[in-house]
Write a protein that binds this ligand. Structure first.
Ligand code: CAA
Length: 385
């Protein structure tokens, strides 16, 4: 099928952003990655440093405090961060794709000046609240309600697994305004951390991305002014789904970064580690493994860059993002598992970062729609073409 083109040469700006983020990741993020993982500690200072570099507003126009780069620059940044610390990668991905994007796309001018600017400049951190205990893959099954009361809405309910939860200053959340209308009766809101009745619940203890906070958020009669409604009443589900279309490619970028990080470690180790009188990289069993790993990383990267490029060009990118997330997530799991195998017993210890990469990779097959849901999305699109 025609219609998909891609320029393979990165622009000077994209190369410059990659170099800047790689230097930042190497010098400022990597040194504490292991310790933050061990302690399940989020470091706001890293976010502030990303803000100072302009990363928190990469794809947003300068009039809203951003640096006006494209989505490809954004995924390159997430990839480079995730290469050393997947928690830092997802902090930026959720901030930009899940909070900034819906406000940029559906927000009115006042909302953009008030919130998108803050997000871009990094004076505010963003999060997204869709999932509930009883509504995961079936996002339309949510129970959180928003009842109109004069000029306000009153929100009641809770959301779980909120990336950046507790740290974020604003939350793009989805609630039912008209239960009769099912998915057409849902509405999006921008909720501020300080609003009365809005509290943080349980903080999850996780297998991976342990320095990225994941919390339950609770609404107990939270009065949200109608100025904070994002889009029209009834548009919530569409906004949630469209937001995830782009978000998924951010997760693909995270997966590419994790896999590349694991591959780099495995190659370096295999060249040094000698068994049976020569480096294990020269034993075909390991050499072939490394070749397969590198091929999966490259293919994942190309799919991810292509989806980002399509979005930047204003072309449809939903199917491309579902494919990139699916392939890059599954590949990251395979590549990191093989990286541990290349290291043998050493790989299973915390003396090397490959076990962390393997734990971090797992979530990329789960969040922003499990990879089973990606297959569902792709197959539905194939059917409709
Ligand atoms: N863009 C625009 N509209 C869309 C859409 C999209 N990508 N996908 C669906 N819609 C529209 C459909 O066109 C349809 O509209 P009409 O009624 O007007 O025809 C409507 O939404 C309902 O569509 P479906 O019947 O396909 O909806 P469904 O209830 O069967 O669900 C689903 C579809 C794909 C399974 C969806 O529920 C889904 O994506 N589930 C996974 C949820 C998910 O990804 N959760 C992740 C949470 S975020 C996260 O992980 C956060 C984090 O912190 C990192």
């Amino acid at each position: 099928r025609g219609g998909i083109y891609m320029q393979f040469q990165l622009t000077d700006e994209q190369e410059m952003i990659r170099k800047m983020v790689r230097d930042f990741a190497t010098n400022e993020v990597a040194p504490t990655a292991e310790e933050r993982d061990e302690e399940e500690r989020f470091d706001r200072n890293i976010f502030d440093q990303m803000a100072a570099l302009g990363l928190t507003g990469i794809p947003w126009p300068e009039e809203y405090g951003g640096i006006g780069a494209d989505y490809l620059s954004y995924v390159i940044a997430v990839e480079e961060l995730s290469r050393v610390c997947a928690s830092t990668g997802v902090t930026l991905s959720a901030h930009i794709s899940l909070a900034g994007w819906p406000i940029y796309t559906f927000g009115n001018e006042d909302q953009k000046q008030k919130y998108l600017r803050g997000l871009s400049e990094g004076t505010m951190m963003g999060a997204y609240g869709l999932t509930e205990p009883g509504a995961g893959s079936d996002a339309a099954g949510m129970k959180t309600t928003a009842k109109r009361d004069g000029d306000d809405y009153i929100l009641d309910g809770s959301k779980i697994y909120i990336t950046n939860g507790g740290e974020a200053d604003i939350y793009v959340v989805f609630a039912v305004t008209d239960p009769e209308k099912k998915h057409k009766g849902m509405t999006a809101f921008i909720v501020e951390k300080e609003m009365d009745g809005f509290t943080m619940g349980k903080k999850e203890r996780k297998m991976g991305i342990r320095s990225s906070p994941t919390l339950e958020i609770i609404f107990d009669g939270v009065r949200v002014p109608k100025e904070n409604r994002l889009g029209e009443e009834g548009e919530g589900f569409k906004i949630a789904m469209q937001t995830l279309d782009g978000g998924r490619n951010g997760i693909a970028a995270q997966a590419v970064g994790i896999a590349q990080g694991a591959l780099d470690e495995a190659v370096a180790y295999a060249k040094e580690r000698k068994q049976f009188g020569k480096p294990i990289a020269q034993q075909q069993g390991i050499g072939f493994k490394l070749a397969d790993m590198a091929t999966k990383v490259e293919a994942s990267r190309l799919l991810t860059y292509q989806a980002a490029w399509l979005e930047s060009e204003g072309k449809p990118y939903g199917k491309a993002s579902a494919m990139s997330k699916l392939f890059a997530g599954d590949s990251a799991m395979e590549v990191t598992t093989e990286a541990v195998q290349v290291f043998g017993g050493y790989g299973y210890t915390k003396d090397y970062p490959v076990e962390r990469f393997m734990r971090d990779a797992k979530i990329t097959q789960i969040y922003e729609g499990t990879n089973e849901i990606q297959r569902l999305v792709i197959s539905k699109m194939l059917m409709n073409e």
